[in-house]
Design a protein around this ligand. Sequence first.
Ligand code: F0G
Length: 422
Amino acid sequence: MATSILQCISCGKSYPLEEVRFSCSCGNLLDVSHDLAALKKRYKLSRRYFDTKRREVGARPFSGVWLFKEIVLPAAPENSLVSKQEGNTRLHRNKKLSAWTGVSHLYLKHEGENPTGSFKDRGMTVAVTQAKRLHQKGVMCASTGNTSASLAAYASEADITGIVLIPKGNVAVGKISQALAYGAKTLVVDGDFDDCMRMIFEAQEKLRAYPLNSINPFRIEGQKTIVWETLQQLEWKVPDWFVFPGGNLGNTSAFGKAFHEAYELGLIDRMPRFAVIQAKGASPFYEAFKRGFKKLVPQKAETVATAIKIGNPANYTKAIRSLQWTEGIVDTVTDEEILDAKAAVDSSGIGAEPASCASVAGVKKLVAAGTISEKETVVGLLTGNILKDPQIVVDYHMKHRGRGANRPYEIKATIEGVRRFL
Ligand code: F0G
């Protein structure tokens, strides 16, 4: 009996892991479903098992995703892994940001420290490994930028063709540079991300393209390791809150599954609460949350945080499950709040791209509202690197008149110019 299968999250129908399929015959999303009891027995899985493994790896280069291979993709042979030593990102603490948000036990997990500068690499290593195992010649995605950058790099690593669909005028310059530079075939679509995503669903059906968006359940498996790595860094102490931005809701789906599986395996003894933060102009999940998840009403999304400019999230049903597991909440922050949080994160010396900073803006808002107490332990997720979107930084500091602005000065090419400034 296989220890891992593809399984519908709604009707429970299962398919072999080797089948190229991304939705159930009933139309719902698929999970990679593991027989946790069997895996636990086979590998004697425990906190100590993973801690020993990490210690034994020592100074050797290794992947923070494949450290957890036994509960990600146990069937994949070691020599089949398409990896760039992703993961192993830092968990930052910073006094200024603790003061700014009002939480002294604030930890920021920086996924911008991955090989292509975002958390996407964690899912991509697993999904591209699986694509290779299934003998796919090409892979495809819709993207607000980071997925395309990551796909491009991993497709190159795997020596398969990468095709990316990106919305015209809505992808930050660092990200489009990466897609082009790593060699992906780049299709600039005259539409928004939701149009690109719709095209991916169609391409998968009509062109038999292999999608690497987070509807691919192997992406979710890789992204689970953000949670387990954080837990290891916290010596398996479960934080009170896990706060992160929500766009297509892949992370929301992955993190719920990760905590749920950790609980089932006995690695943790309680669940944290999730707070998913959306940009106010791109908040379909928040609107659905307010109405008890009766219905998802797609929106025409608008926000400066282009990474999460998404109006019709593909992982909606999986994300609901994650909130149920974690007594989770959804909130929104305005573009101004995102930019102010970004100025705070950047000037702390850590730095992150705008969507990432929705997490930090969200923490501040939830503390001010009394939802998060100052004494609680909060993990906030920074999803992407500061250099992904340099234009927004320059615009903010050159044009913005707000508190966080750090304007440059023009001076004559003489030391007198410097002296006058001082
Ligand atoms: N933060 C960043 C930096 C992102 O790039 C994304 C998604 C998110 C947050 C939202 O994560 O979709 O799991 O809820 N970016 C995708 C892309 C959509 O195409 O790069 P999610």
